[in-house]
Design a protein around this ligand. Structure first.
Ligand SMILES: *Cc1c(COP(=O)(O)O)cnc(C)c1O
Length: 345
């Protein structure tokens, strides 16, 4: 076991034993290497560094109650990476290769996998695909390098299920109407940083973006999807510029399984006042409940409309959904959906 205080982990980087790396050159992937050095030997002219030819994934490995090691829906991450790579015009690993490399990465770094008892902790896997050949011309990279990195992590902000305050950025967008918003490319994050930094300075944990073409409907947060709950309904926005969150798709299925009504449709801003619970969802924490949601005519203004949900703790319906997903991941609940992929050690 690594010498780690599992209860103190945050969502930050801890050096592990190895990272895995392979490069697509001349029509084939080179044999997968395990590197103990996490500093890359990369051309300074690599397309990733100049033209943001980069996409990534995030998924977690868990130590379950029965001692097994589990991945949650890794084939969904493999398919999403392939979709992002296709958008960028670069080669991506097959689903089988992606999952096999995820499993090998877990095996080689097994002492960094938090024990079952460490609530909220897991081994976070970061598959990363970059255009790596030297280039100056603007074009999709011919050579792509695929890596899997990993780090033990705890709750993303504060503790899991601590409610946060968030702000709508009306005068900023993270995505364009027919742009790259629905692909998991690093460039989208670069585009969200300016508004996120301003929001952070004002004490908000996240930024909520509206649909970039009409600015009348809810899109998503800077790094997580939006959901609202009213009565027995789970409501989440439908939009071309939203990143298709695997957590959100899973919550929709779990909500229906638990007898809730699920609506994926356009969510007008006016509807914010009608929700009883609102949350962010994503792999990092599954659900982050939103306490105060602040709408301003522009981010830098003092004028504001405040929507308040609950009392600063996670609402009962969100908690039920959270417990189901984390129960599946930790092997406390039988998996009715076939979402769990066991890592043979
Ligand atoms: C990765 C990501 C999410 C969450 O997706 P999950 O598959 O649930 O982790 C949401 N929004 C954006 C912009 C993302 O990049």
């Amino acid at each position: 076991m690594a010498n780690i205080d599992w209860s103190k982990l945050t969502f930050s980087y801890t050096k592990t034993n190895t990272i895995l790396k392979t490069t697509f050159v001349d029509g084939a992937w080179t044999p997968v290497e395990s590197l103990t050095d996490d500093y890359l030997h990369l051309s300074a002219y690599a397309g990733a560094l100049h033209y943001a030819i980069e996409c990534f994934e995030g998924l977690k490995a868990f130590r379950a109650k029965d001692g097994s090691v589990r991945l949650f829906r890794p084939e969904e991450n493999a398919k999403r990476l392939q979709r992002s790579a296709q958008y960028l015009g670069i080669e991506a690993p097959s689903t089988e290769m992606f999952i096999e490399m995820c499993k090998r990465c877990v095996r080689e770094n097994i002492e960094f996998l938090p024990p079952y008892e460490a609530t909220g902790a897991s081994l976070y896997l970061r598959p990363t695909l970059i255009g790596s050949n030297p280039q100056l011309g603007v074009q999709s990279s011919k050579e792509s390098t695929f890596m899997i990195l990993c780090s033990p992590v705890g709750a993303y902000v504060g503790g899991a299920l601590d409610a946060v305050d968030v702000v709508i950025a009306r005068n900023y967008d993270r995505a364009a109407p027919n742009g790259s918003g629905s692909y998991k490319v690093g460039g989208n994050y670069a585009c969200s940083l300016r508004s996120l930094n301003i929001a952070h300075e004002q004490g908000y944990k996240a930024v909520l973006y509206l649909d970039p073409s009409t600015k009348t409907k809810i899109d998503e947060f800077n790094s997580s999807n939006f959901f609202g709950i009213k009565g027995n309904k789970y409501v989440t926005p439908k939009s071309e510029s939203i990143l298709p969150s695997i957590t959100n798709a899973s919550l929709e299925i779990v909500a229906a399984h638990l007898g809730m009504e699920v609506e994926r449709r356009e969510v007008p801003v006016e509807e914010l006042s009608t929700f009883e619970e609102v949350g962010e969802c994503g792999t990092a924490v599954v659900i982050t409940p939103v306490h105060k949601l602040v709408d301003k005519p522009f981010l830098e203004s003092d004028e504001e409309t405040v929507y308040t949900y609950g009392d600063g703790k996670c609402g009962p319906k969100s908690l039920k959904l959270y417990n189901f997903i984390t129960g599946l991941q930790k092997g406390e609940i039988e998996d009715p959906f076939g979402w769990i992929d066991i890592v043979e050690l």
